[in-house]
Design a protein around this ligand. Structure first.
Ligand code: PGA
Length: 235
């Protein structure tokens, strides 16, 4: 399974390095076979060799250039980063990234062979409008995306579940994941208020191939427990 930590705007470079070193120790000790991804803040990116795959939370669709406040391919290459998160709801909703901009970013990093974790998910008012409206909304987030891309991982993250402590029921997760799996055979993660207390049940859901974890992943021991659960399930 794929267990991913989105550290968002937390942990300095030193703290992120320590976090990843702890994870490596844990993985080595247990000889686990799970795929573990960590997305540190941009200024916390660093070169790393080991089992943990370090990815960028964001980068612009350019090698370099006049894009104030952004980083480009050169900055990722400096640290050997070949994995990127695209379409996270905070990028879509707080920073107003359009589907068009995300597609551009997706295609740029796809051409370079990056592993891409592409996020989709609906806001609360869309969910409340019913299943049909919700699935139509999520479908628009697949527009322009090469769903057959070999290095694609999709993360379903309902916007209203991110950082709120709320989650869909396990049954809802299974229903939505089943529908999304029909759109793309890429591994499908669930994200949104995954905690050490609910990770086991979420990971056990049908068509859940892993989790993308934000706040709860900041505790490295909690994140390690989630990796253990995935290992126990051995899906
Ligand atoms: P959360 O965030 O686990 O804090 O809800 C998940 C995410 O944003 O990827």
């Amino acid at each position: 399974m794929i267990i991913a930590a989105n550290l968002k705007t937390n942990l300095t470079r030193k703290e992120s390095d320590e976090y990843i070193a702890e994870l490596e120790k844990f993985l080595d000790k247990n000889n686990f076979s799970q795929e573990v991804l960590v997305f540190p803040a941009t200024s916390s990116l660093n070169s790393h060799s080991g089992k943990v795959i370090v990815g960028a939370q964001n980068a612009y669709a350019a090698k370099n250039g006049a894009f104030t406040g952004e980083i480009g391919l050169d900055h990722l290459e400096e640290f050997g980063i070949k994995t990127i998160l695209i379409g996270h709801s905070e990028r879509r909703h707080i920073f107003g990234e359009s589907q068009e901009a995300l597609v551009k970013k997706f295609n740029f990093y796809k051409e370079l062979g990056f592993k891409i974790v592409y996020c989709v998910g609906e806001p609360l008012e869309v969910r409340e409008a019913g299943n049909k409206v919700m699935m139509e909304y999520i479908s628009t987030q697949y527009e322009g995306i090469d769903i057959g891309y070999e290095n694609l991982i999709i993360a379903y993250e309902p916007v209203w579940a991110i950082g709120t402590g709320l989650t869909p029921t396990l049954e809802d997760i299974e229903v939505i994941h089943k529908e999304l799996k029909q759109k793309s055979h890429a591994p499908l993660l669930y994200g949104g208020s995954v905690k050490v207390t609910n990770a086991k049940e979420v990971l056990a859901c049908e068509n859940v191939d892993g989790v993308l974890v934000g706040s709860a992943a900041l505790y490295v021991n909690h994140f390690c427990s989630m990796i253990s659960y995935a290992q126990e399930l051995n899906k």
